[in-house]
Design a protein around this ligand. Structure first.
Ligand code: B4P
Length: 191
């Protein structure tokens, strides 16, 4: 099974590249960001709990994210593989993912980290904000998302580096160029 984590700061292109990766490799896509936004749109119990957290650019609580992931993996156990997009975002989430994969007799193939400068990320997110209508795509909220990333999420890269599962991918360039780099790295891991 091909099981991937697609990692990177806000606006790195995780959602964009996930679409290409799931089409190319036939694996299932889970974006915790999308699931959370859907819960908010439906105004479910979880959605109502998370709404103001996300609107301020903070991370959702680990226990809620964990519940989402465990249920989703169990429901989709027949899949050819999984692409985790924007998850794990904290060290406890990374440890939890390891536990779930072990329980399900699965292994992570690779963690792919899209890396690019903050000024480019800001520009992309402000552009997206003009059409997305997302409440977290405003400048002050984006700055807080960068802060959350530095304080809580950057450590996840070290977690996978220590396990020799980390690959740094240059996220600058066109969508096709970045996709080619991701594919080359995944194919190298599959050889
Ligand atoms: P996410 O939905 O994961 O998304 P993101 O970080 O905003 O952006 P992404 O990297 O997917 O960028 P995209 O492809 O859209 O997170 C949103 C929020 O949900 C988080 O801030 C957090 O609060 C919460 N959350 C999610 N997961 C969580 C977890 N596990 N735990 C706790 N909280 C969680 O690209 C951005 C823009 O750039 C797009 O407009 C795109 O068109 C453009 N773009 C992409 N690639 C490009 C390229 N190569 N060139 C030019 N533009 C490009």
């Amino acid at each position: 099974m091909l099981n991937l984590v697609l990692f990177g700061p806000p606006g790195a292109g995780k959602g964009t590249q996930s679409e290409n990766l799931v089409k190319h490799y036939g694996i299932l896509h889970l974006s915790t960001g999308e699931v959370i936004r859907a819960e908010i749109a439906k105004q479910t119990k979880i959605g109502l709990q998370i709404q103001s957290v996300i609107e301020h650019g903070n991370l959702a609580p680990d226990n809620l994210v964990e519940e989402i992931i465990r249920n989703w993996i169990k429901e989709n156990r027949q899949a050819k593989g999984f692409l985790f997009d924007g998850y794990p975002r904290t060290e406890p989430q990374a440890e939890h993912l390891e536990d779930i994969l072990k329980d399900e007799n699965l292994k992570l193939t690779r963690m792919l980290s899209l890396e690019l400068p903050q000024d480019v990320l800001m520009q992309r997110l402000l552009e997206r904000g003009k059409i997305s209508g997302r409440s977290d795509d405003k400048e002050d909220v984006i700055l807080n998302r960068f802060k959350e990333y530095e304080e809580k999420t950057a450590a996840v890269a070290k977690f996978y580096q220590a396990k020799n599962l980390y690959s740094k991918i240059d996220g600058l360039g066109s969508v096709d160029e970045v996709f080619s780099r991701l594919k080359a790295e995944i194919d190298r891991c599959l050889d």
